[in-house]
Design a protein around this ligand. Structure first.
Ligand code: G16
Length: 559
C-alpha cells in the first residue's frame, strides 16, 4: 500500500463526517468535550489521531468516550498513550488542528505534513491497534461508530471495542497490553480483589467500620463496583445511584463532583445515613471522595482528594520508615517520596503534608500535569482536591523493593520491615499506575483505614480544612484568561491579578485564584479564608473582577 492509495480512502471517510458550523474544539484538560450531539466529526477525527499515535509508537493505544463529571447530554473523547497515561502533550496542537480542519482537503494536507514531520509509517503496511472504551452516556453508541470509522480510514489500523468501561479500566488495559501482562476486564477485577485481600491480611487485627455506602453517580463506576463486590471479601459495600432505572440521571444531583463542589448529600441518601462512612464516584469512575452525612440539613463533612492524599502519604511514609529504619537506614537517602497537588488543594492539607516532612510540588490542573510531576519520584502521590489521583512507583524502586523483600524474607521474615515491603509491593499492584482510579483508590482507602484501625471520623479529624468557595463565571471567551505559576497568577488580561491580590489582602488567611476551565466553557474561581463568610465574599469579589475584565455572557453560579 502506498500513500497514494491511502489518501483517497481517507478522503472518502472524512466526507461522511462534516464539521459542524461555527464551533471550535480544543484538546483541553482531559481531551475534547462538548454537547454529545455535535461531536461525531471530532470523535471520527480522534479515531484518525489514535491510529496515527499507534502507528508512530508501534504499540496499542486507547480511545475513551466520556465526559466524566459533565451532564449526561455532553460527551468527549481522549486518547491514552501506550504507557496508559494521557496522550503526549506535544501532539495536542496537531489534535486541535485535525479536529478543526475546515474540509477534507485541508485535513489530508495536515495529516500528510504531520506524518512526514513525525516520520510516521502511514500507508506503509504497518498495523495499528486501538482499544475503544465508553461510559454509559446515550450518545456513546453513535460516537463509538464514528471512532471506528476514523480508525478504519487509516489503512492497517484495527479498532478493538472493549465495551462499557470506566476510564481508568481502559487506561489500565492499554498499559498492561503493552507490558505483555494480563489485561482483560476480569484480570483487572481479580487483581484489585486479590491485592485488597493481601493488604487486609497484612494489617493488624483491628476492628473497623466495614460498612461503606457508595454513590455511583448513576454511571459506569457504580455498575463496575457492583461487579467487583461479588469477588471482594472483607468489605460490606452498598452501592446506590447505580444507573438502574428509577435511580436518576448520570451526575444529576449525585457523583463526586456534585458532593465535592456542593458539599451536599447526593440523591438517594438521607437521614438513615447520618454519621455513616460514605463515598462518591464520578461519572466515569476516575474520581473518588468520601463524606459523612451530617445530622443537620443536607450537608456533609467532606473528605476530599486532599485528605485521601494525606491518608496515603501517611501510610506510605510509615511503611518506608519501617522498611529502612529498623535496619538503621535513612529512607530519605534510599527512596524519594513526593506529593503533588494543584492550587485547589486546601491550604490546611498542604501545611499538614509539609509538617510531615514531605516534599510538596504544585502542578496545573489536569492529571496529565500531576502525573508527570509524580513520576519524577521513586514514589509519587498525586491528588486533585476533586478526588482524581493515584500513587506512582518507579520501576527502579519496585525492583529494589522486590529484592529487599526477598532478602528480608530469609533474614527477618514476619518482621515489620518485611511486612512493610510486602505492603508497598501490594499497593503498587492495587493502585492504578496509569491514571487516577476511583475503584482501586477506594479499596486502598479501606485497606489503610483497616491497617490504622481508624473510623472515617478519625481520618477526617487529621486536620481541619480552611473554609473555601468555588464559583464559576461565564465569560465571552474563557481563553482570554492566561495563567502562570501553576495557575496561581493571572498573566492576561493585564491588571486583573493586581486587583485580585488587593482584594485577597483584605482577608485573614486569604488565598484566591482564577483560571479558565479545560472541560467547561467557564472561568473557575477559588477562594479560601479564615471563615466561610470571608471565603464566600472573596470568591464573589473575584467573580465581579472577572466580570469587569471579561464581561458575562450569563450569570455566575456555584461551581
Ligand atoms: C478532568 C481532569 C481533571 C480536572 C477536571 C476539571 O476531570 O481529568 O484533572 O481536575 O477535569 O478540569 P477543569 O477545571 O479544567 O474543567 P474529569 O473527571 O472530568 O475527567
Amino acid at each position: 500500500m502506498t500513500h497514494e492509495k491511502q489518501h483517497p480512502i481517507l478522503l472518502d471517510y472524512v466526507r461522511q463526517y462534516p464539521l459542524p458550523h461555527g464551533v471550535r474544539f480544543t484538546y483541553g484538560t482531559a481531551g475534547f468535550r462538548s454537547e454529545g450531539s455535535i461531536l461525531a466529526s471530532t470523535v471520527f477525527r480522534a479515531g484518525i489521531l489514535a491510529a496515527l499515535r499507534s502507528l508512530k509508537t508501534g504499540s496499542t493505544v486507547g480511545l475513551m468516550l466520556t465526559a466524566s463529571h459533565n451532564p449526561i447530554s455532553d460527551n468527549g473523547v481522549k486518547i491514552a498513550d501506550p504507557d496508559g497515561g494521557m496522550m503526549i502533550q506535544q501532539w495536542e496542537p496537531f489534535a486541535d488542528a485535525l479536529v478543526n480542519a475546515p474540509d477534507p482537503d485541508h485535513l489530508l494536507q495536515l495529516v500528510v505534513q504531520f506524518v512526514k514531520e513525525e516520520n510516521i509509517p502511514f500507508g506503509g503496511g504497518q498495523s495499528a491497534n486501538i482499544l475503544l472504551g465508553r461510559d454509559t452516556r446515550p450518545s456513546g453508541d453513535a460516537l463509538l461508530e464514528a471512532a471506528k470509522q476514523g480508525i478504519n480510514s487509516v489503512v492497517g489500523a484495527v479498532a478493538i471495542d472493549m465495551g462499557i468501561l470506566t476510564t481508568p479500566q481502559l487506561h489500565w488495559m492499554v498499559r498492561n497490553i503493552n507490558k505483555g501482562t494480563r489485561s482483560s476486564e476480569s484480570d483487572y477485577m481479580e487483581q484489585l480483589a486479590k491485592s485488597f485481600r493481601c493488604l487486609v491480611d497484612l494489617a493488624p487485627d483491628n476492628t473497623m467500620e466495614s460498612k461503606l455506602v457508595v454513590d455511583g453517580a448513576n454511571g459506569v463506576g457504580g455498575e463496575k463496583l457492583q461487579q467487583l463486590k461479588k469477588i471482594l471479601s472483607g468489605l460490606d459495600i452498598c452501592v446506590r445511584n447505580t444507573g438502574k432505572e428509577g435511580e436518576g440521571l448520570l451526575n444529576e444531583g449525585c457523583g463526586a463532583d456534585y458532593v465535592q463542589k456542593e458539599k451536599a448529600i447526593p440523591s438517594n441518601f438521607g437521614l438513615d445515613d447520618v454519621g455513616m462512612k460514605c463515598a462518591s464516584l464520578d461519572g466515569d469512575g476516575d474520581r473518588l471522595v468520601y463524606f459523612i452525612p451530617s445530622a443537620s440539613s443536607k450537608n456533609v463533612d467532606l473528605i476530599d482528594g486532599d485528605k485521601i492524599l494525606t491518608l496515603f502519604a501517611l501510610f506510605i511514609k510509615e511503611q518506608l520508615d519501617f522498611l529502612y529504619n529498623e535496619q538503621g537506614l535513612d529512607n530519605k537517602e534510599a527512596v524519594s517520596l513526593g506529593v503533588v497537588q494543584t492550587a485547589y488543594a486546601n491550604g490546611a492539607s498542604t501545611a499538614y503534608l509539609k509538617q510531615l516532612g514531605l516534599e510538596v510540588v504544585l502542578a496545573p490542573t489536569g492529571v496529565k500535569y500531576l502525573h508527570k510531576e509524580a513520576a519524577t519520584f521513586d514514589v509519587g502521590i498525586y491528588f486533585e482536591a476533586n478526588g482524581h489521583g493515584t500513587i506512582l512507583f518507579s520501576e527502579k524502586f519496585l525492583s529494589h523493593l522486590q529484592a529487599r523483600s526477598d532478602e528480608l524474607s530469609s533474614t527477618a521474615s514476619g518482621s515489620e520491615s518485611h511486612k512493610s515491603g510486602l505492603r508497598l509491593l501490594e499497593v503498587s499492584r492495587l493502585i492504578n499506575q496509569a491514571v487516577g482510579d476511583a475503584l482501586s483508590g477506594l479499596l486502598l482507602v479501606e485497606a489503610v483505614l483497616q491497617y490504622k484501625g481508624w473510623s472515617i471520623k478519625a481520618w477526617n479529624e487529621l486536620y481541619q480544612d480552611l473554609p473555601s468557595r468555588q464559583l464559576k463565571a461565564k465569560v465571552a471567551d474563557r481563553n482570554a484568561v492566561v495563567t502562570a505559576n501553576a495557575e496561581t497568577k493571572v498573566v492576561k488580561p493585564p491588571g486583573l491579578q493586581e486587583l485580585i491580590d488587593e482584594e485577597t489582602a483584605k482577608y485573614p488567611c486569604g488565598r484566591c485564584f482564577v483560571r479558565p476551565s479545560g472541560t467547561e466553557d467557564v472561568v473557575r474561581v477559588y477562594a479560601e479564608a479564615s471563615t466561610q463568610e470571608a471565603a464566600d465574599s472573596l470568591a464573589q469579589s473575584a467573580v465581579q473582577l472577572v466580570d469587569r475584565f471579561l464581561g458575562f455572557a450569563g450569570s455566575h453560579q456555584k461551581a
